[in-house]
Design a protein around this ligand. Structure first.
Ligand code: GRG
Length: 323
């Protein structure tokens, strides 16, 4: 059995319930929305976030309708944020398919994203728990804030690990954290249980983004570097570390040129090779291991062995996954 299937096994029935409701809730008879939604449903991704909601719920209680509603709200919010992200980044691919902006247009992508986001808010409201609505509103601010900080950092000459971690905390870890928190809350967990699981979610969210960023440099599994981040003017932890720690002025200049999106393909490769030679990837992997250890340390509950095991596997999966 694949690792992901093992992780899903304890909540397989609930995940099916989630998938069915996701499809139904996003249905629309508006022709353009229908096209956009059908396209999005063709490549639903690994659905790690709803999986985390369900596992967190099972860690402290049972999956009820409110748990399913928050899983829907959070996965829809995530979907909407990716649709908007592709417009912001002018990306033409998402999950192996054309992005909505490339397939239809920027206008349709912005509005379809708004539609999915509004459905997310409706699912949040269906919990009839104002705390859920408040947390989700705060999450929306965090995502937009992280994305804007990332845009802003692209015009900056500062190369800072702290800024990098701040951005990924806001744009990626905040969502994982809220998945675990709301799953636990809706299943009737205590404040302390929800807080601990939120901390766990935050740590695996950081691992997830680090892993994503490391992939871009090419790995034994995926082969040659993808370089998508650099093409979009994004510098991630491996390069930030390599440039800051080497004190090589020419590489610093090159890194800033990449950020301004003025570098040629050859120059980007040069910066990637330099990053690898300076141990930038090992450094990012060291951070991943560190976060992985801390995350696993939060899941030491022996009351519920099958969920405990699934969460440990999930920690390893986000940090070690091959795409
Ligand atoms: C809740 C009212 C309310 C609002 C939500 C949807 C939204 C507001 C904000 C979205 C902001 C945004 C575009 C966030 C992007 C989030 C994100 C993690 C994108 C993916 O980032 P990359 O570039 O990954 O690291 P890819 O897959 O593009 O390489």
């Amino acid at each position: 059995m694949e690792v992901l299937d093992k992780i899903k096994a304890p909540v397989a029935a609930e995940l099916e319930q989630f998938r069915e409701a996701f499809r139904k809730t996003l249905y629309s008879d508006n022709p353009l929305l229908e096209q956009a939604v059908e396209h999005l449903l063709k490549a639903p991704g690994k659905q790690l976030r709803p999986l985390l909601v369900l596992l967190a719920a099972r860690m402290v209680g049972e999956v009820n309708e409110k748990v399913i509603r928050v899983a829907l709200a959070l996965e829809m919010l995530h979907t909407a944020s990716l649709v908007h992200d592709d417009v912001v980044d002018e990306s033409d691919r998402r999950r192996g398919l054309p992005s909505v902006n490339a397939l239809l247009s920027n206008q349709v992508a912005v509005l379809a994203g708004d539609f999915v986001l509004s459905k997310a808010l409706e699912c949040a409201a269906q919990t009839e728990d104002v705390r859920v609505v408040r947390y989700i509103a705060q999450l929306g601010q965090s995502l937009a804030d992280g994305e804007l900080l990332q845009l802003d950092s692209q015009d900056s000459e500062v190369l800072s690990e702290a800024v990098y971690f701040d951005i990924i905390g806001r744009k990626t870890a905040s969502l994982f954290s809220l998945c675990a928190r709301l799953g636990a809350m809706m299943a009737g967990g205590t404040e302390a249980e929800a807080e601990r699981l939120a901390q766990y979610g935050k740590l695996i969210g950081i691992c997830f983004q680090l892993r994503d960023d490391v992939f871009d440099y090419g790995t034994a599994e995926v082969g040659k570097p993808l370089g998508n981040d650099m093409k979009e003017g994004k510098l991630t932890l491996p390069t930030i570390y390599a440039v800051v720690h080497s004190d090589d002025a020419s590489m610093r200049e090159l890194a800033l040129k990449v950020r301004r999106r003025e570098a040629s393909a050859e120059e980007m490769h040069q910066l990637m090779d330099f990053t690898v030679s300076q141990g930038g990837l090992e450094y990012a992997r060291w951070h991943m291991k560190d976060m992985q250890g801390m995350a696993d340390g939060l899941i030491d509950d022996t009351r519920n062995p099958s969920i405990t095991e699934a969460l440990h596997l999930l920690t390893a999966f986000v940090a070690e996954r091959i795409l």
